[in-house]
Design a protein. Sequence first.
Length: 318
Amino acid sequence: MATSRELSTPPTIAPDVLSGLGQPRKCLSPKLFYDARGSALFEQICELPEYYLTRTERAILASNVDLIAAAAGNIHTVVELGAGSASKTALLLQTLARRDGVVTYVPIDVSGSALRHAARQLQTKIPRLRLAPVVADYTCGLPARKDPGPRLILYIGSSIGNFEPMQAAALLSRIRRTMQPADRMLLGIDLAKAPHVLLPAYNDSQGVTAAFNKNVLHRINQELEGDFNLDQFCHVAVWNQSESRMEMHLESAAAQQVWLKSVSRGFRFETGETIHTENSYKYTPALLRWLFGAAGMTSLQSWTDDQNWFELHMLTAV
Ligand code: AVJ
């Protein structure tokens, strides 16, 4: 069961940071990106010309919102995983609220600041919305709640791409087991495409993605009294063809040591050694079929853009 917290008391990042940096190949969980600063940087990424994901998914939602609402059926509660600023969600909530009357909206996110921002925006746009934000890590399971069904679980933005396919299937399967027959899930998936489109999306010309990646080190400095020198790490984005994923790393520009005072732990870095900070899987039709099968879900309908870069799927428990 997820442990959800008050909007004001975030959990410590120490266990995630220590386990990631303690691996032989150092890594940091992408969920650590999203402190207030990281969430704001992510919002900037979403508006970048190179970052096609957000505008493509928004366009698919905008052109199909009535069809999507129809496919969802009669919905009383919308639960959104990794809601962030929920900027793409407003349109769908508006459509559902206009049709079904009062809708309960449960946005779940690790970032309290992003949720507060989202709640304020949505309540003014849709007065009939009953808002119940939850600060939680949905990867630990969905918080137990007694919201009125049927429920629509929104998992858009392609954050599922952050998980290894096996873990993605396990996560979807765990969610599926909480679903009633009339419940639906709307899943946003970024599809495999040419590297010349993918690479700039994760290494933009203004350096916003680099700042977003490095922000995790800034956050560790702040929250664990670390002494990471941000100038001694470089943002690196690579396309891993055999795994069908974009990877982000922070590469150490020198041999150096970093000390995290509040946990009394130090870490050594060789020149060129990287901290692997994110995987962003890009799904092929075959991998997507495998994912749904392994999760015990069926895709009832899907929507895409002209270039077939991104897809939204309406899923039901098998
Ligand atoms: C929020 C996980 C969908 O993988 O594209 C943006 C995060 N990383 N730029 C993604 C991200 C670098 C994003 N997701």
